[in-house]
Ligand binder design. Structure first.
Ligand SMILES: [Zn+2]
Length: 148
């Protein structure tokens, strides 16, 4: 089953080694679609949308929204940005481990793992849940799709 959550963020960038209006600093409202693939657990979910939102917010949006993308990665074309976003998100089990610090989220993660132990092992999750696809819209008519 595939689960997708959609986000938007605003950022400025400037393309280097490029001749045209995009060589000047300008901004976009990017639309980001993050798709995970996984089994449906006994709670009826692949992953709680709230949990997916928190992970994307922490790992990606806080580092890109209202930032100058050239400070984050070199020559931030939509293609290069999609790969960067993939790299930030692909280790889902370690991101879930960070979310375990929040007691409310820890309960959700235990349900997801069907693991009632106090000491939750998120590494099991890599077997049943993975990042499937990043779709990044730079404008309403221009997008890139990356599958790792
Ligand atoms: Zn641009």
């Amino acid at each position: 089953m595939f689960v997708t959550k959609i986000f938007t963020f605003d950022a400025a960038h400037q393309l280097t080694n490029y001749y045209g209006k995009c060589e000047r600093v300008h901004g976009h409202t990017y639309k980001l679609e993050v798709t995970l693939e996984g089994d449906v657990h006994s709670n009826g979910m692949v992953i709680d949308f709230v949990l997916l939102k928190r992970i994307v917010k922490r790992q990606v949006l806080e580092r890109l929204d209202h930032h100058f993308l050239n400070d984050v990665l070199k020559n931030p074309s939509a293609e290069r940005l999609a790969v960067w976003i993939w790299d930030q998100l692909s280790d889902l089990s370690s991101h879930l481990k960070e979310e375990l610090n929040d007691p409310n989220m820890a309960e959700e993660i235990k349900k997801l793992l069907e693991d009632e132990d106090a000491d939750v092992d998120t590494s099991d999750l890599n077997k049943t849940l993975r990042l499937h696809e990043i779709v990044l819209w730079e404008t309403p008519t221009s997008k890139v799709t990356y599958n790792g």
